[in-house]
Design a protein around this ligand. Structure first.
Ligand SMILES: NC(=O)c1ccc[n+]([C@@H]2O[C@H](COP(=O)([O-])OP(=O)(O)OC[C@H]3O[C@@H](n4cnc5c(N)ncnc54)[C@H](O)[C@@H]3O)[C@@H](O)[C@H]2O)c1
Length: 263
């Protein structure tokens, strides 16, 4: 049991689910976001916080033993917005962790750090990063921050390259990238409870057929997904595929590879 677990992005789609699904693993949960959320229940604290505000994040982190950092912009935006929420945000989280002795951080990275790899490749966790957007760049920076704080300060981290975490896979691409909410929770549990993780990069995917990623490099986490996109295949494949020359079909990042420019 973690004495006090901080969950950022607690008002978001994944955060709302994790608020209850991670509860068995923490005595106390500190829930944070800039957006409205339900009032604190038993063994919960709600603390609104702007991630771009270094001092506010420092206060947020104080007293916590581990952090699940889900907060930030979850799709592509102009650089200035990404800079505030994601780039400054992740650095402030790690600075708070350093200052207050937090031992472990689970960082919501994204498959969009490798979005410009082709869909016919199978990537290991140590593959070259090829970010597909400002959003992907910010997650790539976050992974570097996690590595730096491990090497320099001994803070253990997992960077979860989440594929597509939704109640169901929505389209053909998600037959490869889907991560069920149940498997997301189990992955985070593994990252919080595995004895030694250093800085581990892991792809967040369910047990899908024809995956684009291989998690052998993160086997020490002990993550075994229970779900698969397979039951949704016939329905999702009943819609016509994208044109083979469409970059969204060629590259793993899908539509993100066509994001921007924003001027
Ligand atoms: N859902 C997915 O499939 C997926 C895939 C890859 C990565 N991720 C990552 O997982 C995390 C959660 O994703 P989600 O789908 O729940 O997204 P979401 O947008 O529903 O939740 C993100 C939350 O962060 C909060 N937030 C945004 N900017 C903030 C700021 N400056 N300060 C404080 N809070 C701020 C938002 O209010 C929101 O509640 C994100 O970091 C996202 O990048 C999600």
């Amino acid at each position: 049991m973690i004495p006090r677990l901080l969950l950022t992005g607690a008002a978001g789609k994944l955060g709302r689910h994790l608020r209850s699904s991670l509860r068995p693993y923490a005595q106390q949960m500190r829930l944070s976001d800039i957006a409205a959320m339900d009032a604190a229940g038993p063994n919960e604290e709600v603390q609104f916080c702007q991630l771009a505000d270094k001092q506010a994040v420092d206060q947020l982190v104080q007293g916590c033993n581990a952090i699940v950092h889900m907060g930030g912009l979850a799709t592509d935006y102009p650089f200035e917005a990404i800079l505030e929420a994601n780039i400054k945000g992740v650095l402030h989280i790690y600075e708070g962790a350093r200052r207050h002795g937090v031992e472990r951080v689970v960082f919501a990275s994204s498959n969009h750090v490798v979005g410009f790899h082709q869909q016919d490749e199978v990537l290991g966790t140590d593959c070259l990063r090829r970010p597909d957007s400002y959003y992907g760049l910010s997650k790539s920076f976050g992974e570097d921050v996690a590595q730096f704080y491990w090497n320099r300060y001994g803070i253990q981290s997992a960077s979860l390259r989440i594929g597509s975490a939704f109640p169901e896979p929505k389209d053909r691409r998600m037959l490869h990238t889907w991560l069920s909410y149940r498997d997301l929770t189990e992955l985070i549990r593994c990252c919080l409870q595995a004895p030694q993780i250093g800085h581990t990069v892991v792809f967040g995917m369910s047990d899908n057929r024809d995956p684009w990623w291989n998690n052998a490099g993160a086997a020490h986490l002990g993550f075994k997904p229970q779900d698969s996109a397979e039951p949704y295949r016939s329905d999702r494949e009943s819609t016509p595929p994208l044109d083979p020359n469409d970059p969204a079909r060629r590259y793993q990042g899908g539509g993100f590879v066509k994001s921007g420019p924003f001027n």
